[in-house]
Structures are given as C-alpha cells and as structure tokens.
Ligand binder design. Sequence first.
Ligand SMILES: C[S@@+](CC[C@H](N)C(=O)[O-])C[C@H]1O[C@@H](n2cnc3c(N)ncnc32)[C@H](O)[C@@H]1O
Length: 209
Amino acid sequence: MSDTAGPAIGSTFPPGFFDRSDERDDAEFYGPPRLVQHIDDAAVAAVSAWYDEVGVDGDVLDLMSSWVSHLSTPPRHLTVLGMNAAELGSNTWAHERVVHDLNADPRLPFPDASFDTVVCTVSVDYLTSPVAVFRDVARVLRSGGRFALAFSNRCFPTKAVRGWLATDDAGHQRIVAAYFRASGAFAEPVVETRPSAGDPVFGVSATRR
Ligand SMILES: C[S@@+](CC[C@H](N)C(=O)[O-])C[C@H]1O[C@@H](n2cnc3c(N)ncnc32)[C@H](O)[C@@H]1O
C-alpha cells in the first residue's frame, strides 16, 4: 500500500488496498500507445453529456488522458496529462501535453490555481496514491473549481488497485467519494449513476473548498 494519506485513512483503506498484481513500473505497461476507445460509443456519449452538466469549461485539465478527452466542445484551454506521449500527441483538442507518472509522483507539475475544471475518465482505479493526487488537484484548481471523475465497469485488471477489483459499481462510487473526503480539500462529493445505453457510466464530482 503506498497512499500517503496519513493515519486517519487507515481504517477506510485497509492494508493491501492499493496493491496491484502488476507492480512493474507503469511506464512499461503504458509504453505501447493504445489509440483505442476504452468504453463503448453510448458510454462515451453519456460521459460527454455528464461533463456538460457538470460544466466543464475554461482552463481544463484532463488527468490520466489519452488521444481523446470525451468533452462535447473544445474548452478555452485543454491540458492533457498521461503516461504515453504518442496518445497525448494524437489528442487534437489539447493545447498542452504532459507525460507524468502520478504513481511515481502524485504532485501535479502545475502552479497553484491553474485550472477551472479537472476531469478524469475511466482511470481513477489505477492510482496507488489517490488521496495525495486529489489533494494536489485541489491545489491546482481555482476557488470553486470542480473535479469530476467518470468511470465504468471496465479496466486493465493487472493495473487496477486490489481494493477496486474487490468490489462492485456501488463500491467504486463509495471509493471515489472516500478519496474526496479523505483529501479534506473538497466539499461533499456528488455521486451519480448516469443514463447509458451501453457500458454503465458513473460519476463522482466535488467542488474545491
Ligand atoms: C483506460 S485508459 C483511459 C484513457 C482516457 N482517459 C480515456 O478515457 O480514454 C487509462 C489511462 O490512464 C493513464 N494512466 C495510467 N496510470 C497512470 C499513472 N501512473 N500516471 C498518469 N497517468 C496514468 C494512462 O496514460 C492511460 O491513458
């Protein structure tokens, strides 16, 4: 277990929660570009509609991004952060592309109050220090800014943390809400199940305190 959240979190995330069956450097697994869609078309549409409702706009950070950011319209300025330069290079809406391993270093390479909104699509299950990442997302968000995470029931199982794999969709919603609460940096998270004609879509979002 490698989360640096502190002792108060110990009871929420038991020993082994953040272990993974593939503990190799993430750079190895994410080395080959995957220019694919990780959820079906209906789920992509549901994610975009949810981001519209949340109000993704202005200076936006897409965390754990790839070649597409699942927004319905290009924001004023889009920064994408992920593991694979070729994937990020193919993201035609991005103005800025950053390769950064959040499991090696959960600190975001951006100044305080850089963004209006941060999104993270179908990827939160791969974070081994999520509470530290959520805290740093709060740091880079402007006052009143929102962090919105969408996920489904699909994943790379060898890279998802064991705590995620051990539970179901409702459990995943509780986990993401617990990350927000444990960070101590956000208002109470809003947990949603979104209408989708395909893969299920869940959303958890909260406003920076
Ligand atoms: C299932 S893909 C989702 C990509 C994209 N968000 C989407 O919706 O299509 C998981 C993404 O998480 C990113 N990722 C995984 N581990 C990461 C890490 N340790 N640090 C930063 N990004 C990571 C990878 O670059 C990969 O693109």
